[in-house]
Design a protein around this ligand. Structure first.
Ligand code: CMP
Length: 226
């Protein structure tokens, strides 16, 4: 999919006329990254908006001891890096490619110019920030009030909803996520997620083979969230 077509599928850019969309696409630069490569780190100066054309990128909060919390994972058609552009502060988190990825980059001044010219885009970015804040509230709520088995069940069901192929009562998730990534998404250790995966496998609820995480019984996995 070329840049203009990708922009036409992203809510933020949908209200643009075809000519304006073509102009904006002309301002984008392309960056390709390998799996595991960082696009930027928390604290860096932030002057670029990133739009994912292919692949996926995790947004990570690093700790001083080397632990990580994965806040979210973005996939094609999603954008990130807007916060530093909007408030002029340093990057709020790391952005690291989960798999080989292609990004389209837009300069701060071009993005701000585009927002100022388009009321609908300004509304769309506010709605997007609200949605991200809501998701973060959910994450905070789950981390505070749910135990690890419940958090893990909820997270893999969410991954299934977002990225999975659904069939009957099963979901198949093909993302290059390691057990460490899964642990970092629910604020648990790799060991506890390894143990939980074993429990789920023994109960016939989930299998993990290579890059493929399969939910074998969505209904019963739901029952673990309480
Ligand atoms: P920025 O602060 O420029 O760089 C890190 C990016 O990660 C940030 O912009 C957002 O695009 C994204 N990000 C940071 N925190 C969250 C969050 N809680 N939910 C979704 N995206 C986030």
């Amino acid at each position: 999919m070329d840049a203009t077509e990708l922009l036409s599928r992203i809510h933020l850019f949908q209200t643009l006329s075809p000519e304006d969309r073509e102009d904006l696409a002309g301002l984008l630069r392309t960056q390709k990254v390998r799996a595991g490569e960082a696009l930027f780190r928390k604290g860096n100066e932030g002057t670029t908006l990133y739009i994912i054309q292919a692949g996926s990128v995790k947004i990570v909060l690093p700790s001083r001891l080397g632990d990580e919390m994965i806040v979210t994972i973005f996939t094609p058609g999603e954008f990130f890096g807007e916060m530093s552009i909007l408030d002029g502060m340093p990057r709020s988190a790391d952005a690291v490619a989960v798999e080989p990825s292609t990004l389209l980059l837009l300069n701060r001044s071009d993005f701000l110019h585009f927002l100022k010219k388009n009321d609908a885009a300004m509304e769309a970015i506010l709605a997007c920030l609200s949605a991200r804040l809501r998701q973060t509230d959910d994450l905070l709520e789950d981390t505070s009030f749910l135990n690890i088995p419940a958090r893990f069940a909820k997270k893999i069901l969410q991954l299934g909803e977002m990225f999975g192929k659904k069939e009957d009562n099963t979901m198949e998730i093909r993302l290059r996520l390691t057990q460490k990534d899964l642990a970092d998404m629910v604020g648990a250790t790799r060991e506890s997620i390894n143990k939980e995966l074993r429990v789920l496998r023994e109960k016939g609820l989930v299998t993990l083979e290579g890059n493929v995480l399969r939910i074998e019984d969505v209904t019963r996995l739901h029952r673990r969230i309480r």
